[in-house]
Design a protein around this ligand. Sequence first.
Ligand SMILES: Nc1ncnc2c1ncn2[C@@H]1O[C@H](COP(=O)(O)OP(=O)(O)OP(=O)(O)O)[C@@H](O)[C@H]1O
Length: 256
Amino acid sequence: MLRLDRVTKKFGGLVAVNNVSLELEQGQLAGLIGPNGAGKTTIFNVITGVYRADSGKVYFMGIDVTKKKPHEIAALGIARTFQNIKLFHRMSVLDNVRVACHFRLKASVFSAVLDLPKYAREEREMTKESLDLLEAVGLKQLANESAASLPYGYQRKLEIARALATRPRILLLDEPAAGMNPEETAELMRFIKRIRDEFGLTILLIEHDMKVVMGICEKITVLDHGCVIAEGSPKEIQNNPEVIKAYLGSGAYARS
Ligand SMILES: Nc1ncnc2c1ncn2[C@@H]1O[C@H](COP(=O)(O)OP(=O)(O)OP(=O)(O)O)[C@@H](O)[C@H]1O
């Protein structure tokens, strides 16, 4: 589904992502973890075309997307959420999702201005689809509230609903559990699994909350200083000395 082949991304003298190779199978729920500054978000930015890799390739369903622009990559079927939630705060919950549906609108600006039947029909369809998505994430009854008025956990779900409105094949989630309490986190874990199954998604998530990562990810890739230092099942990762060292420092060896 997704393949990174020896991707490197530098910022001046800093090698943020160093020769990283990564593969995601269709339907997989995978995790990308590592200490702060390891290069995780930079990898998301390279996959989504926000940054261009200095070397290496990114393939999505066999297509080389390394040099494609963010909107082209989104149109192919890769959607994401952000570490700091990025919603249109003053718009309603419903409009936040409708905006993302518009991304697929076929009618021209001309027909929108003249309110031609084709445009009106597409608008109605998109409103229905947006409401269906809100129902799927449990926010339908809040459709007319402003996005800013939602509790934090709901804002995260709204961001995911908006990503789903682009009808992605792959969903990249950047720290979905950040700022959530344990109850919200437990619900989020069930939610992520459910949308993976319901929407037939492949999911890659960055997460610092180990309970989330170990609880739902089938495969985990660990980065440290831009390099992949381990890859495997949650169990393999938990017991990997390189991973323990990266998280706890080299003193962890002496103590363990
Ligand atoms: N636009 C940029 N310009 C310069 N340096 C950057 C830029 N983006 C990221 N970096 C640097 O690249 C390195 C990797 O950053 P990145 O945000 O990918 O790490 P991360 O693993 O996502 O960290 P965190 O868990 O703290 O979010 C860091 O040293 C960071 O300061």
